[in-house]
Design a protein around this ligand. Structure first.
Ligand code: NIG
Ligand code: FE
Length: 395
């Protein structure tokens, strides 16, 4: 995770199909480029950033909860009182699909403007068969760029109508939601919020086992706040990623280290919730795990879209080296979405997803914060328009 190749006065040769043909010093590539059109740029060119964990399809921000937490209430207490995820679910259920799509489109532009060229978006504010399918349909209908990968998160919370019989909600996820999601082909991954007070390890195992039978790849919100053995479960099931991990156990660290599960760490979440725990990035890497960083962009625990900010937090809060932090938002983010063969690197055979940042030294990326230094973005070789940014971001 520490090896970054840096090319001074470099160039990227992009084919008509939007894929990278060659990378190297400009003087060498100019000869190979033949009649290629040359677009000069100044700054540092990074691979497009890959945000492997967001809940970017939501309605209103949760401003009152932010104030409540400032007065000492905590995330779980707010959730137990019917706020939290349930309050966003009520909001999302009450909105029309065009309204939600418009909001999500605005937020996608903000992600793109921060350099994100591929983003995973989860459902999970529907919590009924129809509403989850509607959310996944809305995610599927979003206009690129950035390109979007959908995850089914029906098991994000137990909805009010099932509060006294959570096992029946798990039945609903397994017997009705998953078959419909698989039949409609609207999600690549299935995720579960495996956390004390939400879904147990046993329930998560049941849901993810069923998801695998339906051909979905697996993710897990694991050991986010209190921890319950989610990381061990992710390793046991061969999940693509285990996400959060601020409360992972030593056994969980060892299990992930010996597996091919990508550890997706979300430093914005603990910071925003005012919690001091941090995912043990160094221990995970020492145990042999691949570490990615993502935003967790959502209205409850991480209302932010910037992967460069997550990279800065990875360095300052988790002890990642700057090169590890850059790899965590590119190569390893792509691996956490099963896209590592074509995204996350500037190399021949990769999609020409590129981010130009106004800096002289690549180490400035995980350094400056509160300022967006992304100047230009290309997805599949096509230049994206970053102007006309959202005025009504909150909807
Ligand atoms: O990753 N933990 C579960 N899901 C989100 C929070 C979603 C919300 O609060 O709306 C998370 O932190
Ligand atoms: Fe999340």
């Amino acid at each position: 995770m520490v090896e970054l190749e840096v090319i001074a006065d470099g160039a990227v040769l992009v084919g008509d199909d939007g894929m990278i043909r060659a990378v190297g010093p400009y003087r060498e590539l100019r000869r190979r480029g033949g009649r290629a059109r040359v677009e000069p740029v100044e700054g540092v060119l990074f691979p497009g950033f890959v945000d492997a964990h967001t809940h970017a399809l939501f309605g209103a921000p949760r401003l009152a909860e932010h104030e409540l937490r400032s007065q000492g209430a905590d995330y779980q207490a707010i959730a137990a009182a019917g706020g939290g995820i349930l309050s966003s679910a009520r909001d999302v259920r009450s909105r029309s699909r065009p309204d939600l799509a418009k909001l999500a489109q605005t937020r996608l532009r903000a992600l793109l403007a921060s350099g994100t060229t591929t983003v995973e978006i989860k459902s999970g504010y529907g919590l009924s068969v129809q509403s989850e399918l509607d959310q996944l349909a809305a995610i599927g209908a979003l206009r690129s760029p950035p390109s979007v990968i959908a995850t089914f998160l029906g098991a994000h919370e137990v909805p009010p109508e099932f509060r006294s019989r959570p096992e029946e909600y798990v039945d609903l996820v397994v017997d009705e939601m998953l078959p419909a999601v698989a039949q409609q082909g609207v999600a690549r991954f299935c995720d579960v919020f495996c956390e004390p007070g939400v879904f147990t390890v046993e329930q998560s195992r049941r849901i993810l086992g069923a998801a695998r039978e339906h051909g979905l790849a697996l993710k897990l919100h694991a050991d986010e706040i209190d921890g319950s053995g989610g990381a061990e479960l992710a390793a046991e099931l061969g999940a693509t990623s285990a996400d959060h991990l601020a409360a992972i156990s030593p056994a969980g660290i060892a299990a992930l280290g010996q597996s091919s599960v990508v550890a997706v760490l979300l430093p914005g979440t603990m910071l925003f919730l005012g919690k001091t725990a941090r995912a043990p990035a160094r221990q995970l890497i020492a145990a042999g795990a691949a570490v990615a960083l993502a935003t967790d962009f959502n209205p409850g625990s991480s209302p932010g879209v910037s992967l460069p900010l997550m990279a800065m937090l990875g360095v300052s809060q988790m002890g990642l080296r700057p090169s590890e932090a850059v790899i965590a938002i590119t190569v390893n983010g792509a691996a956490a979405l099963q896209q590592a063969e074509t995204r996350g690197q500037i190399a021949p055979g990769f999609r020409a997803d590129l981010v130009l940042a106004a800096m002289e030294d690549w180490r400035e990326l995980p350094y400056w914060y509160g300022v967006n230094l992304v100047q230009r973005v290309w997805v599949g070789g096509a230049a994206c328009h970053l102007r006309g940014l959202p005025v009504n971001f909150a909807g």
